[in-house]
Design a protein around this ligand. Structure first.
Ligand code: SF4
Length: 780
C-alpha cells in the first residue's frame, strides 16, 4: 500500500505454521501498519485476525528491556556483560546437568546456533524444543511411514481436492487462512465435501458436510475401519500397494494374526520400536478384519453408517481426498499410531501423490518444521536429518564442523517432559538437570501437569532457570535470570512453514531498551565460555565455532552487540552454513538471496540449467521431485525398507491413558482459540484480541449443565487428579462439546489449565496427550 512516510517490507506472520506473508509498514522506527501480502502464494493478501494485529505484539507496555537476576527472591536489573558471564559460568558448573529448551518459534539461524553450541561445543544432547509438545507424533509418523520426516504434500492440494477430511482439527480457528482457501472454493461453486472428525462441534463443523463426532481416542478405530471396509469391498488399490508399499506392525505375529492374540503377544514382548517388524498383506488383512463398522462404532462412538460413508469416500478412485491434522492427532498417547494409520489408508486406497490427493499435517508454530525438524533441535536429532545414535552420522557432523573425533555425544538427550521432570526433581533424589536455558517459549504455562513439571522447581536453590523472553510470563515468574529478547521484525530471521516453505525477513525496527537477538545471546555465551577456557568451543584447528568473516576475510567480533549488525549479516552466514546440511537428505533449502526476493520457497529447491531455482510442490512424485528416477511415478527414496516403498502399519485401537470414572466422570480436552496464540503472551498484549477473548472458560454440554443446575456464565470448580481451578461456564458458545466432555483453552495465564492436564506421553514421539484428562465439575 502507498502511504506517505511509511516504508513497507515483507515478513512471514509471527504466529501459526500456515506461514502467511504480511507487509509490514514502518514509520519513524515503529511498525505502524500491517497488510496481507498480495504476492504471497500462501495467503494471497488475506490474513486472519491475529495476522492483522501482529504488529501490536511488539508494543505491549511491559516489554522486558533489561537483563534481570533474581536476588533475595526479586528480579534485579543487571548489565548484559554480567548476565552473559552468569550464563556461561552456570553452563560450566552444570556440565551434563545443563539443558537447553528452544522453540518452533526460534528462527532457523537461532536453532542452528543453539544446536551447534550444544552438540559441537558442549557435547551435550539435552537440547529439545517446545515443538515436542505439538508435532513430535507427526515426525515419528512420517519417519516410520516414509523413512524421512516432513510432509510430501503442499497447500496446493487444498485448491485441487474434492474432499477435505479434518482429523481432530479445527482450522476455522487455528489455521483460518488455509481453511478459507477451501471455503472460498465452495463459495465460487466448486463441489468440495468437508468431513469433520472430532470430539466437539466447532466453527469448522459449521462449514462441514459431515460431522463424525467421536469419543476421545476413537480415531484409531475409525482409520482401521476404513482399511477393513476397503479390503472387504475389494477396493484396495492393489496396483499402487504392490508397487509402492510394505506392511508393518509392532511385532511379526508368530502363529496367529487374530486381533486379540496379537495384542496379547505385543503386551508380553513389548514393541520392537519405532520401525516395528514386517508383516505381509495377508496378516495385515486378518488384523484389521476386527474393525468392522459395528466394532469400530462401539470403540469410536461414530455411527456405523458414517464409518461406511467415510470408507466409501476412500474407495472412490475418482475423488481427490486431502487429510489434514494438527494437535488433535499429535497430542495423543497413540499419536505415532494414528499418524501411521491416516498415512496408511491414503496409501492403501491409492489416494496419494496426485494434486489434491494425499495426507498433510499442519504445525501450530511458524517454524516447527523449518527450525525444529529441519535444523534438528530435538534431543535425538542432528542437523541434516542425522541422528545422535548413529556413529556414522556423528562422525559426519564432526567432519563437517571440523571437530576432534569423538566430540559428539552418542547418548540421546532428555526429551521435553523428561528434561523438566529431572529439573524439578530434587538433586538429592537424583535430579539429573540443574540448569535450563529457555528461549522463545513459555513452559511454565505450556507444559502438561505444570505443578509437577515446572512449579516444583520453586524452593530448590540449586536449580537455575535462565529465560530469554520478551514479556513477563509464567516461566519468568520462576526464572533466576531473565534475558530481554528482540522479537520478529526487531531482528533478521528465517522460518519454515508446514508445507516445506522457507521464508526470510530483515530487521525493520530496533528492539526496545537493551533487548537483544536470541541468536546473539547464544553466540555471546559461546564466546564467554571460550574466554573461560571451555575447550569445546574450538574446532580441532583451534578456531572458535562461531567464526564469521567479512568480505575481506577479517573475523568480525559478532559476540559484541555493537558489531552484530555491522559488516556481516550473521543470520545469512549461519543460514549459509546450515544450508549445506540440508543437501544430506534431499531437503535442499533455497539460497538466502532467493529467499530475499521470494515469499518463501518449498524445498527441495533445485538449481536449473539457466541458473534459476525451482521449488518442489510434491515430494516423491515424478515430474515434481527431481530426485525421483524417470519412469518410477512415485519413489519413496528414503524408505525404511530401502526399496523405495512406504509402510502401511497395523496399529490397534487403545484406550486413552486416563479414562472417566465415578470420581472423574468427564473427559477434559484443551486447545486454542482464534484470537490467541498458544499461551497468549503476545496476543493478550494486543487489546483488540484481548478484548475479543479476555478470559479462559469451561465449555460444557448444555444438557450436562442443566442436569447439574449450572447456568451459562456461572463459575464452577473443575478438578482432575492433579488439582482444581475455578472457571466460568460457557454453554452453546462458539463450540459445543457432547455430553461427558469438557474443553478449556490454554491461552490464559490467570487460569492455566495445564496445572490440571495429564503428562502421559506417546511411547515413540514422547509427545504428551493434553486432550484426555479425566475431570469432574462441581457447582459451588
Ligand atoms: Fe498468521 Fe496463521 Fe493467521 Fe496466517 S493464519 S495470519 S500465519 S496466524
Amino acid at each position: 500500500p502507498e502511504v506517505p512516510g511509511v516504508e513497507w517490507d515483507k515478513a512471514p506472520c509471527r504466529f501459526c505454521g500456515t506461514g502467511c506473508h504480511v507487509q509490514v509498514g514502518v514509520q519513524d522506527g515503529k511498525v505502524v501498519a500491517i497488510a496481507g501480502d498480495q504476492q504471497a502464494e500462501v495467503n494471497r493478501g488475506l490474513l486472519c485476525v491475529k495476522g492483522y494485529h501482529v504488529g501490536g505484539i511488539l508494543y505491549g507496555a511491559d516489554r522486558l528491556t533489561k537483563p534481570m537476576l533474581r536476588v533475595d527472591g526479586e528480579l534485579q536489573p543487571i548489565e548484559w556483560d554480567e548476565a552473559i558471564d552468569i550464563v556461561a559460568r552456570r553452563i560450566m558448573e552444570a556440565g551434563p546437568k545443563f539443558g537447553m529448551y528452544l522453540s518452533g518459534q526460534s528462527t532457523i539461524p537461532e536453532g542452528y546456533a543453539g544446536n551447534k553450541l550444544m552438540r559441537a561445543g558442549l557435547s551435550n544432547n539435552h537440547l529439545d524444543a517446545n515443538a515436542r509438545l505439538c508435532m513430535a507424533s507427526a515426525v515419528t509418523g512420517f519417519l516410520s511411514t516414509y523413512g524421512v520426516d516432513e510432509p510430501a504434500a503442499c497447500y496446493d492440494d487444498l485448491d485441487n481436492c474434492d474432499a477435505l477430511i479434518l482429523w481432530g482439527n479445527n482450522p476455522a480457528e487455528m489455521h483460518p487462512v488455509l481453511f478459507s482457501r477451501v471455503v472460498d472454493r465452495r463459495i465460487r461453486g466448486d463441489e468440495i465435501e468437508i468431513y469433520d472428525i472430532g470430539t466437539r462441534w466447532t466453527r469448522t463443523t459449521e462449514r462441514a458436510d459431515h460431522h463424525l463426532l467421536m469419543k476421545p481416542h476413537g480415531d484409531l478405530a475409525i482409520a482401521n475401519c476404513v482399511a477393513q471396509q476397503l479390503i472387504e469391498w475389494g477396493a484396495v488399490d492393489e496396483d499402487f500397494v504392490a508397487k509402492h508399499c510394505n506392511f508393518r506392525a509392532d511385532r511379526t505375529p508368530e502363529t496367529t494374526c487374530k486381533h486379540d492374540d496379537y495384542l496379547a503377544m505385543v503386551a508380553e514382548k513389548g514393541s520392537a520400536g519405532l520401525f516395528g517388524e514386517p508383516i505381509d498383506y495377508a496378516q495385515y488383512k486378518e488384523l484389521v478384519s476386527f474393525y468392522t463398522p459395528e466394532k469400530a462404532s462401539e470403540l469410536s462412538g461414530v455411527p456405523a453408517e458414517q464409518l461406511v460413508m467415510l470408507a466409501k469416500l476412500f474407495a472412490n478412485k475418482k475423488r481427490r481426498i486431502v487429510s489434514l491434522w494438527c494437535m488433535g492427532m499429535n497430542q495423543h498417547t497413540a499419536g505415532t499410531a494414528i499418524n501411521n494409520l491416516v498415512h496408511g489408508i491414503h496409501l492403501l486406497s491409492g489416494h496419494w501423490g496426485k494434486p489434491g490427493d494425499g495426507p498433510q499435517s499442519l504445525t501450530g508454530q511458524p517454524s516447527a518444521c523449518g527450525t525444529v525438524r529441519e535444523v534438528g533441535t530435538l534431543s535425538h536429532a542432528l542437523p541434516g536429518g542425522r541422528l545422535v545414535v548413529n556413529p556414522e552420522h556423528r562422525a559426519e557432523l564432526e567432519q563437517r564442523w571440523n571437530l576432534p573425533e569423538g566430540r559428539m555425544n552418542p547418548e540421546i538427550g532428555f526429551h521435553t517432559v523428561k528434561m523438566f521432570e529431572e529439573f524439578c526433581k530434587p538433586t538429592a533424589e537424583g535430579g539429573a538437570i540443574n540448569t535450563i536455558w529457555v528461549q522463545v517459549t513459555n513452559p511454565g504455562q505450556s507444559l502438561p501437569n505444570t505443578k509437577k513439571l515446572f512449579k516444583a522447581k520453586e524452593g530448590q536453590p540449586d536449580k537455575f532457570l535462565i529465560v530469554s523472553e520478551v514479556y513477563p510470563t509464567a516461566t519468568t515468574e520462576l526464572a533466576d535470570l531473565v534475558l530481554p529478547s528482540a522479537m520478529w521484525v526487531e531482528k533478521n530471521g528465517v522460518y519454515g512453514n508446514s508445507e516445506r516453505r522457507t521464508q526470510q525477513w530483515f530487521k525493520m525496527v530496533d528492539p526496545p531498551g537493551e533487548a537483544r537477538d536470541d541468536c546473539w545471546q547464544i553466540i555471546a555465551v559461546a564466546r564467554r565460555l571460550l574466554e573461560l577456557g571451555h575447550e569445546g568451543l574450538k574446532d580441532k584447528d583451534g578456531e572458535w565455532l562461531f567464526t564469521i568473516r567479512d568480505d575481506n576475510g577479517q573475523e568480525v567480533p559478532i559476540w559484541e552487540w555493537e558489531n552484530y549488525y555491522g559488516s556481516v549479516n550473521v543470520d545469512r552466514a549461519l543460514f549459509d552454513e546450515y544450508r549445506q546440511f540440508t543437501f544430506l537428505k534431499h531437503k535442499n533449502v533455497a539460497p538466502y538471496d532467493q529467499l530475499v526476493t521470494h515469499r518463501g520457497m518449498r524445498w527441495p529447491v533445485i538449481e536449473t540449467a539457466n541458473g534459476g531455482f525451482k521449488e518442489t510442490r510434491w515430494r516423491f512424485v515424478e515430474g515434481s521431485d527431481v530426485y525421483v528416477e524417470p519412469g518410477k511415478e512415485l519413489q519413496f527414496y528414503h524408505s525404511v525398507t530401502k526399496d523405495d516403498r512406504a509402510l502401511i502399519w497395523f496399529r490397534p485401537h487403545q484406550d486413552p491413558a486416563e479414562t472417566c470414572s465415578g470420581a472423574y466422570p468427564f473427559m477434559l480436552t484443551t486447545g486454542r482459540v482464534l484470537e490467541h496464540w498458544h499461551t497468549g503472551t503476545m496476543t493478550r498484549r494486543v487489546k483488540q484480541l484481548s478484548n475479543a477473548m479476555p478470559k479462559a472458560y469451561l465449555e460444557m454440554n448444555a444438557d450436562d449443565a442443566r442436569e447439574m443446575g449450572i447456568a451459562n456464565g456461572e463459575e464452577v470448580e473443575v478438578r482432575t487428579a492433579r488439582g482444581k481451578m475455578r472457571l466460568p461456564v460457557w454453554l452453546n458458545g462458539r463450540a459445543r462439546p457432547p455430553r461427558g466432555t469438557l474443553f478449556v483453552p490454554f491461552f490464559d495465564e490467570t487460569a492455566s489449565i495445564n496445572d490440571l492436564t495429564l503428562d502421559a506421553i506417546d511411547p515413540f514421539s514422547k509427545q504428551p496427550d493434553y486432550k484426555k484428562s479425566a475431570a469432574r465439575v462441581t457447582k459451588t
